[in-house]
Design a protein around this ligand. Structure first.
Ligand code: KG4
Ligand code: ZN
Length: 352
């Protein structure tokens, strides 16, 4: 069974073909990131307009790379939430139209759930992918760390899961992005913070960890603590504007702040993941979402959890169509409800 997956929830226009829920045949991504960099974040209108331009070529590229024609495709999966309304709309309207004109079943996909399914890809005909050798087993603990979400989810089986906890405020990726802005680093902030953190001492500053529910997170406190720390480092008080911090901080101060923030943010996730691991004894632990690309997170988790961890290939951590197609394969093969191509609506605040 071959499923075409379509993803347009943020600034990546992506499509992929996945066979039987484990083999990646074609994976195309066009990002409008370059257009957003000068604004320091994704501009929804620009993202939506870029999706309109890119969606058809990206779908054709994915089909071509997979050596597929429409006759080979057994269904279409599309992200319908969570995400930016205008962006989601382009993917959903395209998928609905294709489902009708090509006469294929349509599966609406939850973006956050899809991120987890990037871990089920174990084989590919494409070059340059490092994939896990086997699919995760159940019960599976999923650690979701992206720009929009920070969640711990326990899966008893496919489509049978329990949300253990989540962030009360900012997502971890969002906190990385905001800290990057305070330090004058380029967007997206996660990779920029991780890069300069390599030159800093992670123990130079002791930032506070938020005290929230057993499996919950909070990243707004550490983010504010970074602001206060930066202001005090340059000898200014709390009303000093954050936009002027980058020109006053030295490179060494920036590197130390970045390294200290990264350590605390990562430790917050790892502490809770370890607690959940001890309580629920899962057979596998997977990590998903853009921040799964963070090497410090991978290192600390590997140290804390006595199981071989599953990480998606770096290209499959950030938004892509492959994760959407993979979840679509499982929906199709396990007789999950199809979506109506005449009415599937976007749900910008969809949760797990
Ligand atoms: O999953 P994703 O592509 O989009 C959402 O669904 O949110 O995640 C994007 C987030 C951004 O906040 C970005 O800064 C963060 O992932 N990110 C990282 C790294 N690479 C991307 N954060 C920390 N370290 C990284 N290496
Ligand atoms: Zn995402």
């Amino acid at each position: 069974m071959k499923i075409l997956g379509i993803e347009t929830s943020c600034d990546e226009t992506a499509a992929a073909v996945v066979e039987d829920g484990h083999k990646l045949l074609g994976n195309a991504v066009a990002s409008s990131m370059d257009l957003h960099v000068k604004y320091g974040g994704v501009v929804p209108e620009i993202a939506a307009r870029s999706h309109i331009e890119a969606i058809q070529p990206v779908i054709h590229q994915a089909l071509d790379d997979a050596n597929c024609t429409w006759d080979d495709i057994d269904g279409i999966a599309v992200t319908y939430g969570a995400g930016l309304g205008g962006s989601l709309l382009i993917g959903v309207m395209t998928a609905r139209t294709l489902a009708i004109t090509q006469d294929k079943p349509l599966y609406g996909i939850n973006h956050v759930e899809a991120h987890i399914y990037a871990n089920f890809l174990t084989e590919t005909s494409l070059p340059d992918y490092q994939l896990p050798t086997k699919q995760p087993e159940f019960p599976m603990l999923a650690i979701i760390v992206s720009g929009g979400h920070s969640q711990l989810v326990l899966f008893k089986d496919h489509f049978d899961y329990q949300l253990l906890g989540q962030t009360h405020d900012d997502a971890i990726g969002e906190a990385f992005d905001k800290v990057a802005k305070m330090l004058g680093l380029s967007y997206p902030g996660g990779p920029s913070v991780a890069e300069i953190a390599k030159k800093g001492d992670p123990n130079s500053f002791q930032l506070p960890k938020a005290k929230v529910g057993r499996y919950d997170f909070s990243f707004s406190g550490p983010k504010t603590a970074v602001l206060r720390l930066a202001q005090s480092q340059i000898g200014e008080n709390y009303d000093f504007p954050s936009t002027k911090l980058p020109e006053r901080l030295s490179d060494a101060q920036k590197a130390n702040i970045a390294a200290s923030f990264q350590r605390i943010a990562v430790e917050t996730i790892v502490d809770k993941a370890k607690l959940a691991f001890e309580e629920f004894s899962p057979k596998s632990v997977v990590i998903a979402g853009g921040v799964a690309a963070n090497q410090e997170l991978r290192r600390q988790l590997t140290e804390a959890i006595p199981l071989p961890l599953t990480f998606p290939d770096l290209k499959l951590c950030t938004d892509n169509g492959a994760m959407v197609a993979t979840l679509g394969c499982f929906k199709a093969s396990r007789s999950q409800p199809k979506s109506d191509p005449y009415s599937l609506a976007v749900e910008p605040s969809l949760s797990m």
